[in-house]
Design a protein around this ligand. Structure first.
Ligand SMILES: [Zn+2]
Ligand SMILES: [Zn+2]
Length: 255
């Protein structure tokens, strides 16, 4: 099992997870042209995608899903709440499938465990993927850490984890107060310190890759992210990888 990020941040998110011939695209916040360009840089075509999974209806995750699914006839998976909230953008997608946030399901070679998370969307999900041997987790767009999240993300082989903002930088930023409150609130985005606290509560013995994601361009910097996550994991700062907005992150293998 391997994974790659096509890009991560408030201007667009998309992640690839692959096990044998099964290729899942998680979210797509990019235009059709941009998606094809980015897929090509990971040696993939839209025709290779088995299914698209959508975490929630925010534009940076769903803006490019409908167009891609319609043009290449790709099945889309999402919760009933996300489907309702995204009705307009997903109009005429022929193969729409809903899943229950509390039940694992399979798409060919991959098992998908959805995880319900606190975020200001209708019925948001995050995911843990398994090929039966390894576990790879994606956790972004999460305002606060719940006991459910801690139990689900334990013992992953790889983890893409939101490290959205630095509390200090957000407090000092030019953002209006209501936006600061939304971002740092219980249904907003994870701060570096919250991401670090989660890591310190998880069993990370098997962890081979930790990827910080969804970094704010205004209210965070790579150095602070690396420092807080490395402290939590007692590892070298250079071991903390970052999926950025421009280039994402190249393929990483879970084995
Ligand atoms: Zn987002
Ligand atoms: Zn969101």
């Amino acid at each position: 099992m391997r994974f790659a990020s096509l890009g991560s941040g408030s201007k667009g998110n998309a992640t690839l997870v692959q096990a044998s011939d099964t290729l899942l695209l998680i979210d797509n916040g990019f235009s059709l042209k941009e998606t094809c360009k980015r897929l090509a840089s990971f040696d993939k075509n839209p025709e290779d995608i088995t299914a698209i999974l959508v975490t929630h209806e925010h534009g940076d995750h769903i803006a490019g899903v409908g167009r891609l699914a319609r043009k290449y006839n790709i099945p889309v998976w999402l919760t009933e709440g996300t489907r309702k909230a995204a009705e307009k953008t997903l109009i005429n997608v022929s193969d729409l499938n809903t899943f229950n946030n509390h039940e694992a399901f399979e798409i060919d070679a991959l098992e998908v465990q959805p995880v319900t998370v606190p975020h200001d969307a209708r019925e948001p999900s995050q995911f843990i993927f398994s090929n039966g041997v390894q576990r790879m987790g994606i956790l972004t767009d999460v305002g606060s850490i719940t006991p459910h999240i801690i139990s689900q993300y334990d013992q992953c082989d790889a983890l893409i984890l939101e490290s959205n903002h630095d509390d200090e930088m957000l407090a000092q930023s030019v953002y209006p107060q209501h936006l600061k409150q939304r971002i740092s609130g219980r249904l907003g985005h994870l701060a570096n310190q919250q991401a670090a606290d989660l890591l310190s509560k998880l069993n990370t013995n098997k962890l081979k890759h930790i990827i910080a994601a969804h970094l704010s361009e205004q209210n965070n910097c790579a150095a602070r992210v690396r420092k807080s996550l490395a402290t939590a994991l007692s590892c070298e700062e250079s071991w903390i990888e970052i999926a950025d907005q421009e280039n994402g992150l190249a393929w990483r293998d879970c084995s």
